[in-house]
Design a protein around this ligand. Structure first.
Ligand SMILES: NC(=O)c1ccc[n+]([C@@H]2O[C@H](COP(=O)([O-])OP(=O)(O)OC[C@H]3O[C@@H](n4cnc5c(N)ncnc54)[C@H](O)[C@@H]3O)[C@@H](O)[C@H]2O)c1
Ligand SMILES: [Zn+2]
Length: 358
């Protein structure tokens, strides 16, 4: 059992990590919520696996739960789905004294979180992340959002949950691809802040071996993210470190319309290529990119950039909402575990990309 208290300007909230936590979710929610109505937002796949169990546990604890099931997949992070969800909130007569539970991966967490942050100017929210990516990343830090037809996460807010409940056993039903996808972010935490975590990831023999210790790994990652978001809640400085591998990664995802590569896969290629560039610029210790490549291969993640036109990547990077002007912020690592922000001229990145992409 692990607990972390995340200090936010709007008050602090706990992250509880425990194998089997979902079975006792009613009891856990009872500790922090004295009301009765609960709207659970989940997606169709998660609902099939865990929906009824959560409803039962909440009922046993005396709650009055309502379930809202959206289609699984990124399309549900849309205004269309949002309207359907608001409509259900109205049907159930959800009020500011009630609570919303987001039960699912990052898609449900982001969309239901945004719905919670905006409906009646804000309904208290509990996050129950069910993918590795959501357990180590998206459920912590309060960023919630939906997509617009012209881009991902373009409408959103910062909205802290009341609590985050993490049950690592839920990862046993996750497909191997999504597990590895989440490992992309886990590797990122190691690379930017924790060489011990990074090294330990090389040691797991197989999936079972990894899952046995995944609760501890999730705790380490959440602790790193919590420490970073505490000092930079609104994403203006330190929090940028979490973007290691993400600028190039986002460009790749976007170039393929989010169809060819998952987020973790795209970030994997981004982490490797920015580290290789760091070595060439003399700001990253030689050999670091090989360590990154080895670990990516171990978790079945790609490292080599796909053969797309470098100017297309640059153009996409240029559209990234975080970049203003000719100099762009990039996250580099000096050695595994030590990261920093550097401003790099766009043309340098372009030259480098031209070199690595045939
Ligand atoms: N808010 C943030 O800070 C933040 C950070 C990173 C990513 N994100 C967002 O997260 C989203 C991606 O999240 P994701 O990768 O979790 O995708 P997802 O929510 O689509 O989940 C992936 C798939 O796994 C299924 N699934 C979920 N839990 C399962 C389980 N326990 N067993 C079996 N299947 C399960 C889902 O139904 C879905 O099909 C993106 O929209 C991204 O923008 C947000
Ligand atoms: Zn990410």
């Amino acid at each position: 059992v692990y607990s972390i208290e995340v200090k936010a300007s709007s008050g602090s909230y706990p992250i509880h990590i425990k194998n089997g936590l979902l079975h006792e979710i009613g009891v856990q929610v009872k500790k922090i919520y004295k009301g009765s109505k609960i709207a659970i937002v989940t997606d169709s796949s998660v609902n099939e696996l865990y929906g009824q169990g959560v409803i039962n546990s909440l009922k046993v604890s005396g709650f009055e739960p309502y379930k809202i099931v959206v289609k699984s997949g990124e399309e549900s992070k849309s205004f269309k789905t949002l309207l359907e969800v608001y409509d259900k909130f109205l049907d159930f007569n959800i009020n500011r004294g009630d609570i919303i539970i987001a039960l699912g991966g990052g898609v449900v967490g982001d969309m239901a979180g945004f719905a919670a942050s905006t409906f009646l100017r804000g309904i208290p929210l509990i996050q129950i992340p069910t993918t590795l990516l959501a357990q180590v990343d998206s459920s912590v830090g309060g960023k919630v959002a939906v997509d617009l037809p012209r881009g991902k996460n373009l409408v959103g807010s910062f909205y802290m949950p009341r609590a985050v409940f993490i049950d690592p056993l839920l990862l046993r039903t996750l497909s191997e691809r999504f597990l590895n996808d989440g490992m992309g972010e886990v590797i990122k935490y190691g690379a930017i802040k924790d060489s011990q975590l990074f090294d330990s990831l090389m040691g797991y023999e197989n999936k079972e071996d990894l899952l046995k210790e995944i609760d501890k790994i999730i705790y380490t990652c959440c602790s790193i993210k919590a420490a970073i978001v505490e000092v930079d809640e609104k994403d203006t400085g330190e929090r940028m470190l979490l973007n290691f591998g993400h600028t190039i990664g986002h460009a790749i995802e976007q170039f393929y319309n989010f169809k060819k590569y998952s987020h973790g896969e795209a970030v994997a290629m981004g982490m490797y290529s920015i580290t290789k560039l760091g070595e060439e610029l003399g700001i990253t210790k030689i050999g670091t990119s090989i360590s990154i490549k080895d670990i990516l291969i171990k978790y079945n993640l790609p490292w080599m950039l796909p053969e797309i036109n470098s100017s297309d990547i640059i153009e996409t990077i240029g559209h990234d909402k975080k970049n203003i002007g000719k100099l762009m912020n990039f996250i580099f690592i000096k050695t595994i575990g030590n990261s920093f922000i550097d401003k790099i001229d766009k043309s340098k990145i372009n030259n480098y990309l031209q070199e690595v992409i045939k």
